[in-house]
Design a protein around this ligand. Structure first.
Ligand SMILES: *Cc1c(COP(=O)(O)O)cnc(C)c1O
Length: 225
């Protein structure tokens, strides 16, 4: 099956829910992105700054919403600040401050998601809930005018045990609800829960995800060479 068929197959299972699919195009050639674009797909995700910036340049004439989904180093924010549509991977206060600074330089307000550490693995980035409350309660945060926090993002453990994955997604949804209630109740744009990938997207949707980040299920296995 082709890429468009793969995407359509996922979409056909999402007819009853309002869920956005970010096609994760990391390692994929430009032609694959264009093929999906021509079928109507607009949201694409990358996890490396250099690759994201290069693809943006090559596809400047396309109306693509580019999502940064991978760990972002502060000194690289400047390369994507002019064009990035949403940064899913805000995993520290210092990073958010830098995004705000670079957004201001570009006269933009950048949509961000707070990445939470929900997995039972050491290598994953993200806030815990206490750190997040500390940030949102601070005066420095309230002075950031060029970032708009739209919701939360998380990655579940890399396991086939869907009971574990489901519990982690429930946790993230719970964090979303807490933040909505305590900080964003008057802010309608705080509405996004980015969770679910190739192996766990159906569980994620059941647990109220509304942004899926899907790579291999659309494009096939990645080739890192
Ligand atoms: C690569 C990646 C994905 C997509 O992974 P697949 O398993 O190929 O769907 C989603 N989120 C992040 C942060 C990624 O780096």
């Amino acid at each position: 099956m082709g890429l468009v068929d793969n995407l359509n197959k996922i979409q056909s299972k999402l007819l009853d829910v309002k869920v956005k699919i970010v096609a994760v195009s990391k390692t994929q050639p430009i032609d694959n992105i264009i093929e999906l674009y021509n079928s109507g797909q607009r949201d694409f995700g990358e996890n490396k700054v250099q690759e994201l910036a290069a693809k943006y340049e090559e596809l400047k004439d396309f109306q693509i919403d580019w999502h940064m989904i991978g760990h972002l180093q502060r000194n690289k924010v400047k390369y994507i600040a002019p064009f990035v549509s949403m940064i899913h991977s805000v995993d520290s206060f210092k990073l958010l401050v830098e995004i705000n600074k670079q957004a201001a330089k570009n006269n933009r307000i950048i949509d961000c998601l707070i990445q939470f550490y929900i997995a039972d693995e050491e290598s994953k980035f993200g806030f815990n809930i206490d750190e997040c409350y500390e940030m949102l309660n601070s005066e420095e945060y309230r002075n950031l005018k060029n970032v708009n926090i739209r919701g939360v993002m998380g990655m579940a453990s890399f396991t086939d045990d869907m009971h574990i994955v489901r519990e982690e997604f429930k946790n993230l949804k719970n964090y979303f609800d807490l933040l909505k209630n305590d900080f964003f109740s008057a802010n309608e744009s705080f509405s996004e829960i980015s969770m679910g990938m190739t192996n766990d997207w159906e569980v994620a949707v059941e647990e109220k995800s509304n942004i899926l980040r899907i790579g291999s299920l659309i494009f096939g296995e990645r080739n890192y060479n």
